[in-house]
Design a protein around this ligand. Structure first.
Ligand SMILES: [Zn+2]
Ligand SMILES: [Zn+2]
Length: 345
């Protein structure tokens, strides 16, 4: 489906979990989880504006240092979201380095942290210029699950069980702006970066009288023409509902928890769900507070998602990569059936 963002897993399913969401017509990206991010380039990391951390087990948070190393010394604000105790975790990370030379830098990094609890959000800010001492601490009421609401999209979080609180996320694009390529040609308009400005103006809800300059070729001659947003919307733009993605890792399958997950990822276009264990390892999954392939598929089906992508497979099963996909897919597409363990009696 058409979308203004591109979501892809950072690593192989046996590697550290994480998702990179790149906005196609903005220099911006989101990261879901912060494990091993060594495959990402500095250019990709410099686009990251928001990081959503499910929990701070090492495979989900070891990448903090790499990201910090890349963005440090730049005028930039990064916002991090994480579960209970997250402000302390970030504070601890930052306290692990010596910051006596920060005043030699002209640009200053700002790290905003939002700790998501059941009924409140705790906030704090760490600025390089302050040697990353915490400031602007506040506590706000939290209802409805929305942790980020901007022009492009809404991000929701649900607090899930993993012996420790672990956040599941959904990302919903507000609307999708598409350019009619055939009309572009018939109007002799030249494609280029100005189309991103056009899409951005539509998303931002700029007035129809707002004007945009566009390049046109007539008789082999290139010229610039100014058109109103209203005209361009009528001639070139198609608006469709936005894409939704779900991201759930490190959690247990039980009734209250799966209810929360299903509610969170309902009707998602793509659901990224962990599956460390195979279908016949339900007991092991319960002991470790993780999902099996079958449970991931069952929740995806119950949530009526369009596509399921399982990942975060246990390395013990390196030889069974295809089984994870097959079992998850069977549960996702198959009819309602008892779990493999219950079936065995
Ligand atoms: Zn974990
Ligand atoms: Zn994990």
């Amino acid at each position: 489906m058409n979308s203004s963002f591109n979501a892809s897993l950072i690593n192989d399913p046996f590697g550290d979990p994480g998702l990179l969401v790149q906005f196609l017509f903005q220099k911006r990206a989101f990261l879901f989880d912060l494990g091993d991010i060594s495959v990402l380039s500095n250019a990709e990391l410099l686009k990251v504006s928001h990081v959503f951390v499910s929990h701070t087990h090492i495979d989900h948070f070891i990448g903090f240092d790499r990201l910090l190393r890349t963005v440090f010394g730049r005028e930039k604000t990064l916002t991090f979201f994480g579960p209970e105790n997250f402000i302390k975790n970030v504070e601890g990370k930052l306290a692990g380095f010596t910051w006596n030379l920060v005043d030699r830098y002209e640009e200053s990094l700002t790290i905003k942290v939002v700790e998501v609890r059941e009924d409140k959000l705790l906030k704090g800010t760490f600025r390089a210029i302050d040697k990353f001492e915490i400031s602007e601490e506040e506590e706000v009421a939290f209802e409805g699950g929305i942790i980020l609401d901007d022009l492009m999209c809404v991000v929701r979080a649900a607090v899930l069980e993993h012996r420790v609180p672990c956040l599941g996320f959904s990302l919903q694009e507000n609307l999708h702006v598409n350019i009619n390529k055939d009309r572009l040609e018939s109007m002799c308009v030249v494609e280029g970066a100005w189309l991103n400005d056009l899409k951005q103006a539509v998303v931002e809800g700029k007035p129809d009288s707002y004007t945009i300059e566009m390049p046109i070729t007539r008789n082999g001659k290139l010229s610039l023409e100014r058109k109103s947003l209203g005209q361009l919307k009528e001639n070139l733009v198609e608006i469709t509902p936005g894409q939704k993605i779900g991201y759930v890792v490190d959690t247990i399958y039980n009734e209250p928890n799966s209810k929360r997950i299903i509610e969170l990822v309902k009707s998602a276009d793509i659901f990224f769900c962990e599956s460390p264990f195979l279908a016949d390892e339900e007991i092991r999954g319960q002991e470790r507070f993780h999902l099996t392939s079958h449970q991931a598929g069952t929740m995806a089906r119950d949530a009526h998602v369009k596509k399921l992508q399982v990942f975060h497979f246990s390395r013990r099963h390196m030889a069974h990569r295809e089984r994870f996909y097959r079992e998850a897919d069977n549960a996702f597409k198959g009819s309602r059936e008892a779990s493999p363990l219950a079936a065995k009696g």
